[in-house]
Design a protein around this ligand. Structure first.
Ligand code: BGC
Length: 887
């Protein structure tokens, strides 16, 4: 059957952002999908039309781009190559496919993208601020800024271009603009800030109008990590331009300038780390409506424009994603009615939305914590200096609902302490906030504890993918730690669409790169505390993250954009960190990096720990291997050959220094073996020895882990590849400490920072570093998908063009399934063991192909599959193969 005559492309999207408004990209990537059906005559060419109106498209006038019929390998994605759109321009596009000249499918429905302000001269707005500054430790009320104006008629089009150093939320005529939270987001503010564009046509009207903004401290001038306030600047600064097109085509610009007025209102304090205080008695009723009396409001202060880049974000914004109704309270609370503790049931990053009825001046505060202590009280010691407390004072009368605006907390439990028993809670909810990344992957199997582990991994991601990939969302830290991101990136790429998120964060990493080429421990960089060089396993994120994003989405632009950063970084390693190809050689790098962070075998720098120069050299070899591949993909053949030869030298140096004549490895612990094997650094003879040493080490520990952040992600894969799948499953299903399931057995709903963050014998680990929402150990998610369920993307044909189905049943697991919405379409697997048979259902996307690598003991050899759904049964030979075609 030929579907092409009936099926038209769906889910059109530019730069993976749907119909994006305000982009700054001359050549956005246009992507579409096809329905899941079997194509007997698969499409071989696409055609795209781009025009400046949907009407022009309908008339077949592609006045910006008619690609013509393009025969391409990629049948669902193309970079725009038409005439540049330019500032403010909205371009409409559609796409169709054909399998032969006669066999042309229908056009898709039209989609669009719209450009933001692209050049400096587009801005006539001025940066404005207030005199409310506070001090390094003294918080101040949030300023409210406003401006009234009138319009002769009702505008057919209006756009708001807006940003701030600090946070902002705009209102027009009493209505909040957009749904984004914590705009404009976090970047290296000394170099760049993100700009948002909103379509505000529906908020304006003929006659009197008003527009205002509330400014928050955010990352710019609130506390970041454990630092004092005002890290980047003393107070928030605001820039906005409202462009209103009138019915006659004329354009009015209402911009921020010295004509604006400001005042303070109910937000007495706002800080991402400390919390927010709100006195509802001070609400400025109707402050963003026309006719509001600006009594006592002061003129704003104009500021010189900072010399930084204004740019649209490649990343989707943070939004309120999930609302969890909270029941409770726990116990009776004591004294009755004055204090209650609630359990959200899930550790999240977000905040509480509460509706109360109470007397005017009655007040309460909300404290947040991840855990309860032995007495059932909030355990807050691990928050360090983060106060994580929100305070509210009632205005009285009717029900009042409050959710803080410019703060978030990492918590599962909340305690509410009331000024008196006369405040009644009507409703209480927890709101999870994270960057708006579409979910792409799901996994489940027959082992409930493993399923809970997978849910915890997913929640670990949700709690930490908030504008940047943070280490944790609760204590006074919440930084974009490079090492954590690099170990988790491939699991993240399965769970959600992180293409834009990482494209943006790689800019933060590049912005934080030192003149020497060193990559910092955290991005955005906050201070010198995080050092010149992040060290092995952390700084390597500069190469590993773009590579993983390329593997998942198959878009080489992320490699192009980061290639120069990678090269400068690798030269820094050569010049400043290596002796005789040994990275972190103690004679040139006495610190040597964070080591195998939080490993159980002696910890960093203690006897039994993984030598830092071994870690350094292993990662150095891996960096060079990836760089050689990346150079090859980018057509830089000489570079590719150069990095390959260099890697071989590093591998030889590794062997000379760390492998004995008997083939044993120096640093006889789990992580040393995992890294040497995973990065393929050992001579053939030593591989088997290393694998059995690793297996022996694990057996000696009664199948327990001793690895830290760097050894943990790969340990199961290394065991599997070396023929010790049984050991890998014993580790996975281990329920006693240290193991993945130990926290699960003890009620965890996220991934803990440490294997022993809490144990029954010792209680809580040292409070100075003990988060219960740290995704790093969740990197095992990639193995659950790749091996337990059995879907892997082939890095040589990235983006899901070629899928490797490689289920490896083991342990007590008798059934598993996973589904992955790749850029080529949905890939799925479901397997079930029935006695000696394995029943499999495989789904291959319309533009992909797949190879099934059956597990040992089933059919020998590989089976190839084309698009569609395939049901097969394996046991020693293919018993049956049924291809279900959609009719
Ligand atoms: C962070 C980590 C990070 C580590 C590096 C910690 O404080 O929470 O996740 O990778 O420092 O040393």
């Amino acid at each position: 059957m030929d579907m092409n005559s009936r099926v038209s492309p769906l889910r059109l999207s530019a730069n993976a952002l749907g119909n994006p408004i305000g982009i700054n990209d001359r050549s956005p990537v246009l992507r579409w999908e096809l329905p899941e059906v079997n194509y007997t005559k698969p499409p071989t060419s696409w055609q795209i039309h781009v025009a400046d109106s949907p009407e022009a498209l309908a008339r077949n006038e592609a006045n910006y781009w008619d690609s013509g019929w393009i025969e391409a390998e990629r049948m669902n994605e193309a970079a725009y190559q038409g005439r540049p759109g330019g500032s403010r321009k909205r371009l409409w596009w559609r796409v169709r496919l054909r399998s032969s000249v006669e066999n042309v499918g229908p056009w898709s429905s039209p989609a669009w993208w719209e450009h933001g302000l692209e050049v400096e001269g587009d801005w006539s707005a001025k940066w404005i601020t207030t005199d409310i500054t506070g001090g390094p430790r003294r918080a101040v009320p949030a300023p409210y800024l406003r401006k009234a104006f009138s319009l002769d008629g009702s505008p057919p089009k209006a756009r708001l271009y807006v940003t701030a150093l600090g946070l902002y939320e705009c209102e027009i005529n009493g209505q909040t603009v957009g749904r984004d939270v914590f705009t404009p987001g976090w970047t290296e503010y000394r170099k760049r800030v993100q700009v948002q564009t909103y379509d505000v046509t529906a908020l304006l009207r003929a006659g009197e109008n008003a527009w205002g903004a509330i400014l928050g401290d955010g990352w710019f001038c609130g506390h970041i990590s454990s630092k004092d306030r005002q890290g980047y600047g003393p107070q928030p600064v605001f820039l906005a331009q409202l462009e209103i097109t009138m019915p006659d085509g004329s354009v009015h610009r209402i911009v921020t300038d010295s004509s604006w007025k400001y005042s303070t209102g109910p937000i007495l304090e706002n800080d991402l780390i400390m919390g927010e205080s709100y006195d509802a008695r001070l609400e400025l009723e109707n402050w963003s409506l026309p006719g509001f009396r600006e009594e006592g409001w002061l003129p704003v202060v104009e500021e010189a424009a900072p010399q930084i880049i204004l740019t649209a974000s490649a990343s989707p914004p943070v939004r309120r994603q999930e609302v969890i109704r909270i029941n409770g309270p726990l116990g009776a609370g004591a004294p009755a009615g004055k204090r209650s503790i609630f359990d959200v049931g899930q550790n999240i990053a977000g905040r509480v939305c509460i509706t109360v009825r109470g007397p005017r001046g009655g007040h309460f505060h909300i404290r947040h914590a991840e855990m309860l202590d032995a007495h059932g009280e909030l355990y807050v010691d691990n928050l360090r200096s983060a106060r994580c407390t929100d305070k509210y004072t009632c205005k009285g009368g009717e029900e009042e609902t409050w959710e803080p605006r410019f703060t978030f907390h990492g918590f599962r439990y909340v305690e509410i302490v009331f000024s008196g028993p006369d405040i009644e809670i009507v409703k209480i909810e927890a709101v999870a906030l994270y960057s708006d990344m579409e979910q792409t992957g799901s996994f489940s199997c027959s082992q409930p504890l493993v399923n809970q582990l997978f849910q915890n991994i997913h929640w670990g991601m949700k709690g930490n993918f908030l504008e940047v990939p943070t280490d944790c969302p609760q204590r006074d830290e919440r930084l974009g730690w490079t090492g954590d991101a690099q170990v988790f990136v491939s699991t993240a790429g399965f769970l959600r669409d992180v293409r834009g998120f990482f494209t943006k964060w790689m800019l933060d990493v590049a912005d934080a790169q030192k003149p020497s080429g060193a990559i910092s421990s955290v991005a955005p960089q906050i201070d010198a505390r995080t050092g010149e060089d992040a060290g092995p396993g952390w700084s390597d994120a500069a190469i590993i993250c773009p590579w993983e994003i390329y593997r998942v989405y198959g878009d080489r632009r992320i490699l192009e954009q980061n290639y120069a950063t990678m090269q400068r970084f690798i030269e820094f390693l050569r010049d400043k960190r290596c002796r005789d190809h040994i990275r972190s050689h103690p004679s040139v790098d006495p610190w040597g990096g964070h080591g195998d962070w939080l490993a159980m075998d002696g910890g960093v720098d203690r006897e039994g720990s993984t030598p830092k120069d071994l870690i350094g050299t292993a990662y150095f070899a891996y960096d060079l291997e990836l760089l050689s591949r990346i150079a090859g993909i980018l057509g830089k053949t000489d570079d590719s050959i150069h990095y390959k030869a260099w890697r071989e030298e590093v591998v030889r140096a590794f062997r000379r220094r760390f492998v004995t004549e008997d083939g044993l490895l120096v640093g006889n612990n789990q992580t040393s073996h995992v890294l040497a094997l995973h990065f393929n650094l050992l001579p053939e003879v030593a591989r088997n020895i290393a694998a059995s040493e690793l297996a022996k080490n694990i057996q000696k520990r009664s199948y327990h882990l001793s690895t830290g952040f760097l050894g943990t992600p790969y340990i199961c894969r290394v065991l599997e590849d070396a023929g010790h799948l049984d050991v890998a499953y014993k580790l996975l299903e281990q329920e006693t400490f240290p193991s993945w399931l130990f926290p699960v057995k003890n009620g965890a709903t996220t991934i803990w920072e440490r294997w022993d963050s809490w144990t029954p014998d010792k209680g809580f680990q040292a409070a100075r570093m003990n988060s219960f929402n740290h995704y790093a150990y969740g990197a095992i998610g990639a193995w659950l998908v790749g091996t337990v369920a059995g879907i892997e993307l082939d890095a040589d044909q990235p983006g899901g063009s070629h899928i490797l189905f490689r289920p490896r049943p083991g342990g007590t697991i008798t059934q598993a399934e996973a589904s992955w919405h790749t850029v080529r379409g949905r890939v799925a697997i479901k397997w079930e063991k029935c006695n000696d048979r394995l029943n499999l259902a495989l789904t291959v996307p319309a533009f992909g192909c797949a190879t099934l690598l059956p597990p040992d003991g089933y059919v020998a050899g590989q089976l190839k599959f084309g698009p569609g759904r395939h049901e097969i049964v394996l046991n020693g030979e293919v018993l049956a193969q049924k291809i279900n075609r959609a009719s």
